[in-house]
Ligand binder design. Structure first.
Ligand SMILES: [Zn+2]
Length: 344
């Protein structure tokens, strides 16, 4: 099969389009012919060797993908050749305490697709059969690869973990990004008032079109000032943050009493000093989240099939042009998801 093979960590030149051996099914595994796979910011860190989790080289990146089953192991009972599927990026063990209690997203022995095992930057992918989610017929491979994971991530953070309620006000940071653009729709669906933050004026109209009620450009006005202005000084009930750093500090200050902050990433600063006085005086809850369960992924696919959630797509690149796709991601000059497609 063709794949983008990382043989050393480094720059875009390390993304080599090569021929490698096809995966061979065994026991309870399934091989999926990939029709589309999504880019994530962590791919840049994995390529650079700065992700904090080691890869065995050579490595194939790619956290999310969608395609068709082309081979099944002799013990596989859930799938047949031709089924339309999307692998879930948390490859769980099935037998640890968390797996047994339905929280396989925090499996103690999990592999992460495209991070610890070979992922979606390839024509084929092999995963245990329990790791696949059925793709509704009306959801395209491109839409599934683009949006299942970010919708599921936003759902796990906002609905499952932060327990966002109808009528509450939520701040979605980096709302032009992969998870942010999808989180705006999840928050809207939950009946919340949505304040979004972006770092460029040209993203404001696009975020409003996704259902945001108001947008703050944090390069022109601090998040605290913007939230104060938009909530008559009250603050927001929930924040979804994947930025970290000063944006996280500002977000904590922007919370109303009893507010919850769901953190799903820290690209903009991993070490943050927090004013604990304000923290306990306001009864703030800080929540770590970001890995969905397969059940949540199936839920959001169902909502996509019903037309209630819409994929947010920047565009597609041929798999061979993965370096161009990552260059666009690094430029930050994009909106929504970037998707790779192997040659048909
Ligand atoms: Zn497990």
């Amino acid at each position: 099969m063709k794949a983008i093979v990382l043989r050393e960590h480094g720059g875009l030149e390390q993304l080599r389009y090569e021929t490698v051996a096809d995966p061979v099914v065994t026991g309870n595994t399934v091989v999926v012919q990939i029709r589309a796979s999504g880019l994530n910011h962590c791919d840049i860190d994995v390529r650079n060797g700065t992700f904090g989790v080691e890869q065995k080289l050579p490595h194939v990146m790619g956290v999310d993908a969608a395609g068709e089953v082309v081979a099944i192991g002799h013990n596989v009972s859930l799938w047949k050749v031709g089924d339309r599927v999307a692998p879930h990026f948390v490859v769980s063990c099935g037998h640890c305490a968390h797996c047994r209690s339905g929280r396989e997203n925090i499996c103690e022995n999990a592999d992460i697709l495209g991070v610890t095992v070979w992922g979606g930057y390839a024509e084929k992918l092999m995963v245990p059969e329990s790791n696949l989610i059925a793709l509704p017929d009306s959801v395209s491979f491109i839409d599934a690869a683009a949006s299942m994971v970010p919708f599921a991530t936003a759902w796990e953070a906002l609905i499952t973990t932060a327990r966002l309620q109808a009528g509450e006000t939520v701040l979605i940071n980096a709302a032009g990004g992969g998870v942010g653009s999808h989180a705006v729709q999840i928050a809207r669906l939950a009946g919340a008032r949505v304040i979004a933050s972006v770092g460029a004026d040209d993203k404001i109209d696009k975020v409003m079109a996704l259902g945001a009620d108001a947008v703050i450009n944090y390069r022109k006005e601090t998040l605290v000032d913007g939230v104060q202005r938009l909530t008559s000084g009250r603050g927001v009930d929930v924040v979804l943050d994947g930025v970290g750093g000063d944006i996280l500090k500002q977000s904590l200050k922007a919370l109303a009493d009893g507010g919850r902050l769901a953190s799903i990433g820290a690209q903009g600063g991993e070490i943050v000093d927090i004013d604990m006085i304000e923290f306990f005086r306001k009864h703030i809850t800080l929540l770590g989240c970001g890995r969905s369960t397969r059940e949540i992924a199936a839920t959001v696919l169902g909502l996509m099939a019903a037309g209630r959630l819409k994929a947010v797509l920047q565009g597609t690149f041929p798999l061979a042009k993965a370096a161009d796709a990552q260059a666009l991601m690094e430029s930050r000059n994009f909106f929504g998801r970037i998707v790779l497609q192997p040659e048909a």
